[in-house]
Design a protein around this ligand. Structure first.
Ligand code: MN
Length: 336
């Protein structure tokens, strides 16, 4: 709690002198990025600050419910408007990422206007781009960190709506409270959120029971394509362009698919390769259990990073080349 207190006091001091804030989550935002941004947006608004969330690009459809039109603008869709908001701003919060790479072209705009940056994040190895930062890789979600910050600034401002956003981010980033970084403190926060009257069943349904018919079929292809690297406890699957097109793939449709591999007995690493049309790269997601550090793996072999048990990367090679490289690097990684 000590670290939160110190950060919150510094933040409070900064806030007392300003009236215009911007909040920026990472590109392709998930429920933790959007949840922490929306929660902080409402909180800052209640403190009387004019606030806007700038998204590097539009969020996936299934998270539409998390967004309130007036609070958010997408840089991808309205670059000019974004520049105006940035010019008006006095400070910029960056949430749920710690490398400027994660916001794409928007990072250049941030460089240009040169405002104080305040980073709140839980990924490993933060870049030092901010003036004030709270980097806590030992915490399971940015929402949990933002909650503690808001709580130490002004507990009373946390309402049902803020609590709902915070719950959504904690829920998804802890894998529904199962990943190792879920703690007793996390559950204590959840109990506090319940006191704010959240409807947890409704949140679960919105986040998880949202498959389109095509997405269900895409999942069946994902599982059908599953391959195993014998003796390493590794499974991987590949979704080719044609398969994605056949099932009318939309951004976010494959969210969570990579986790299914970890349901297999004895499997400690699960990987999904997605050959997205329109982009010349293969996107890769890694999940692992126990001490297997797929953050290290993604960094070393596939231009990526993230967390120990959940990371991402990409490849510029063909599917065939990427698969070959993946198998040999996994063997090298496991020292075989
Ligand atoms: Mn997160």
């Amino acid at each position: 709690m000590h670290m939160y207190l110190e950060f919150s006091q510094q933040l409070n001091k900064i806030l007392s002198g300003i009236s215009n804030c911007i909040i920026i989550p990472h590109k392709n935002p998930d429920a933790d990025a959007l949840g922490s941004s929306m929660a902080l947006y409402i909180f800052l608004s209640k403190l009387g600050k004019k606030t806007k969330i700038i998204l590097p690009n539009s969020p996936p459809d299934y998270l539409d419910w998390m967004i309130k039109e007036r609070s958010v603008i997408s840089y991808e869709n309205s670059p000019e408007k974004t520049r105006r908001y940035l010019l008006d701003s006095q400070i910029i919060f960056t949430l749920d990422f710690n490398s400027m790479k994660r916001i794409g072209a928007l990072s250049k705009e941030i460089d240009n206007i040169n405002r104080p940056l305040i980073m709140i994040d839980h990924h490993e190895s933060p870049e030092k781009f901010s003036n004030l930062f709270l980097s806590k890789p030992e915490i399971g979600s940015t929402c949990e960190i933002v909650y503690n910050v808001m709580k130490s600034i002004n507990d009373k401002l946390i309402d049902n709506e803020i609590a709902t956003y915070i719950y959504s981010g904690i829920l998804t980033d802890t894998g529904s409270f199962r990943y190792p970084l879920t703690t007793g403190d996390t559950h204590k926060i959840i109990s506090e959120l319940f006191k704010k009257g959240i409807n947890h069943t409704k949140i679960h349904e919105r986040i998880y029971d949202n498959f389109t018919f095509e997405k269900a079929h895409l999942l069946s292809v994902t599982l059908k394509n599953l391959k195993k690297i014998d003796n390493l406890g590794v499974v991987y699957t590949i979704l080719k362009k044609e398969e994605l097109e056949k099932y009318n793939f939309k951004k976010g449709d494959t969210e969570g698919f990579v986790n299914f591999g970890l349901r297999i007995q004895g499997i400690l690493v699960s990987v999904i390769f997605i050959e997205q049309s329109g982009e010349d790269i293969i996107k890769i997601s890694f999940r692992s259990k126990k001490n297997i550090d797929v953050n290290k793996f993604a960094k070393k072999y596939f231009n990526g990073g993230g967390h120990k048990n959940a990371s991402g990367g990409f490849s510029n090679d063909s599917i065939l080349e990427t698969e070959k490289k993946f198998i040999s690097s996994m063997n090298e990684f496991f020292g075989i």
